[in-house]
Ligand binder design. Structure first.
Ligand code: HEC
Ligand code: HEC
Ligand code: HEC
Length: 426
């Protein structure tokens, strides 16, 4: 009996395999010339997916070359800088293979095998399929290389330790591509894939523990590390759960940054401007269907109503805010906080104003803001910053006032809380 060699083929078979492998490059050469189109298609798909993941947003500094990196991220663990992911051989990913890219996106591992920090949301991107990852890689490789060396991370000791990062991963990182739930529809599954994966909504909308790890209650809302913004819960109808909105209303908010109930500001306006507005109608719809189903699960009908009569002390505090509102805010937001549809958001009945965390409301008043510029809302009206116009105690009064006027119900805000909400603008 003849012994099969290591490849499992007998001598004669090996010969044919050898001949075939010599011929193969010729066939594949012929194949590439006719697969030029499919390569273009892959690159285009990759560009679209990279938009959905907002890779450019993080990998570009203000006014810098797209994808050349260098944007800084302040966290309690130090300041991180995004790397150059253009195909430059020296300073970018020019020498990377598809597999290297997969190791980074799916496993959070650098090309040299070291662990990457989860400021890069590979904890979410791990759900992305290999096919989609390859498309994004093909797109990145098609970019013009940019030679740009970025600053090294400034990581506080002891977090600069790979072993700690290894432990962190063991506890908090679960690698794995998204698996569809066949009991649900196609839209729901596509939406789930985008929201939990490429869209990395969890990177902001999930509570984090002291180790910067997102908790199990996905999308339940949390303060974004290092930004002084609160990303509200997407599963509670008291915050940003959209179970009660129509699919069209959700699509409108995600693609234009504004609808009749809400307006996006700060980091969310950035996500709409840089990423969500470019998604196809089908993908936006799919996300809306999935988000709606989350809102349903946690509808909290039993929200507290205004039952207790207000103590005199509280009434006096709120009365301080009324003249500030009349002088500085009423012109846009209306006498009864009704706003102007599509132009100035209502403050009456607006859960962004009344939700437990007053952080975003304080920041809107201190720094003002603009909804995102999008094709659907090309010239948004903005709000001026008030930090140099009114003092911290007046900000506290007016914020407390709008959280409790016109049937609203929210906690009072102190001048100390206003001061501690200052920080770098996003
Ligand atoms: C929230 C900001 C953020 C987003 C969004 C983001 N990245 Fe990154 N990315 C980073 C940071 C910061 C690092 C550096 C991590 C480290 O060095 O530990 C990084 C690292 C990487 C690396 C490793 C590069 C190297 O030289 O080791 C790759 C590849 C990468 N990102 C690709 C992507 C792609 C593709 C997307 C979109 C799907 C994306 N990133 C979205 C912030 C981001
Ligand atoms: C970079 C951080 C960040 C990311 C990523 C992010 N969000 Fe947000 N989001 C926020 C913040 C902060 C707010 C609160 C400010 C506001 O209301 O616009 C918010 C608000 C929202 C709101 C409520 C808007 C309103 O005013 O009622 C919805 C809905 C929402 N996000 C959905 C999403 C979805 C879906 C994704 C993923 C595709 C996502 N967000 C990704 C930070 C983020
Ligand atoms: C010139 C018109 C204008 C004035 C004056 C103004 N606002 Fe606004 N306000 C806006 C616009 C436009 C937005 C949406 C901004 C954004 O998306 O970032 C907004 C947003 C807000 C929000 C966030 C609402 C949400 O749904 O997220 C709050 C809270 C707010 N304003 C309170 C105030 C208070 C309090 C004052 C007075 C101190 C004031 N505004 C004065 C135009 C105005």
């Amino acid at each position: 009996m003849k012994h099969a060699n290591r490849s499992g083929f007998t001598g004669k078979q090996s010969f044919f395999v050898f001949i075939a492998s010599m011929l193969l490059p010729l066939f594949s050469l012929a194949a590439t010339s006719s697969s030029g189109d499919s390569n273009i298609e892959q690159v285009e798909r990759g560009e679209y997916l990279a938009r959905a993941g907002n890779c450019m947003g993080c990998h570009t500094t203000r006014g810098g070359k797209p994808y050349a990196g260098g944007r800084g991220f302040k966290t309690p663990f130090g300041e991180f800088f995004s790397p150059n992911i253009t195909p430059d051989n020296e300073t970018g990913i020019g020498h990377w293979s598809e597999e290297d890219f997969w190791q980074a996106l799916h496993f959070g591992k650098a090309r040299d095998g070291s662990y990457l920090y989860p400021v890069f949301p590979y904890t979410e991107y791990t759900k992305v399929t290999r096919e989609d990852a390859n498309a994004m890689f093909a797109y990145l490789k098609s970019l013009t290389p940019v030679a740009q060396t970025n600053p090294p991370h400034k990581i506080a000791s002891p977090y600069d330790n790979q072993f700690l990062l290894f432990l962190w991963r063991t506890w908090y990182f679960k690698e794995g591509v998204f698996e569809p739930d066949h009991s649900k529809g196609e839209d729901w599954n596509r939406g789930n894939y985008l929201v939990q994966g490429l869209g990395h909504c969890n990177a902001c909308h999930t509570p984090r523990n002291v180790w910067g790890a997102s908790q199990d209650d996905k999308l339940a809302g949390g303060e974004i590390m290092g930004t002084y913004w609160y990303a509200p819960s997407l599963i509670s109808s008291r915050e940003a759960g959209v179970g009660k909105w129509s699919t069209e209303e959700i699509v409108q908010l995600l693609s234009t940054g504004i609808n009749s109930h809400a307006v996006t500001s700060g980091p969310m306006a950035t996500i709409v401007r840089q990423s969500l507005q470019y998604l196809s109608a089908d993908d936006l719809r799919a996300m809306a269907v999935y988000l709606q189903s989350l809102g349903e699960k946690h509808s909290d009908e039993g929200a507290p109503g205004k039952t207790q009569p207000m103590p005199e002390r509280v009434r006096r505090y709120l009365a301080l805010g009324e003249p500030v509102y009349e002088k500085h805010c009423q012109g846009c937001h209306g006498k009864s906080g009704e706003g102007v549809p599509g132009v100035y958001p209502p403050l009456a009945g607006n859960r962004a104003v009344t939700m437990t965390s007053p952080l975003n409301t304080i920041r809107s008043v201190l720094y003002g803001g603009f909804p995102p510029v999008t094709a659907g809302n090309p010239r948004p009206y903005g709000m001026p910053p008030f930090q140099h116009i009114i003092r911290d105690n007046e900000v506290a009064w007016v914020v407390s006032y709008i959280r409790n006027a016109w049937g609203n119900l929210g906690s009072l805000v102190s001048p100390e809380e206003v001061d501690s909400s200052r920080g770098n603008e996003f």
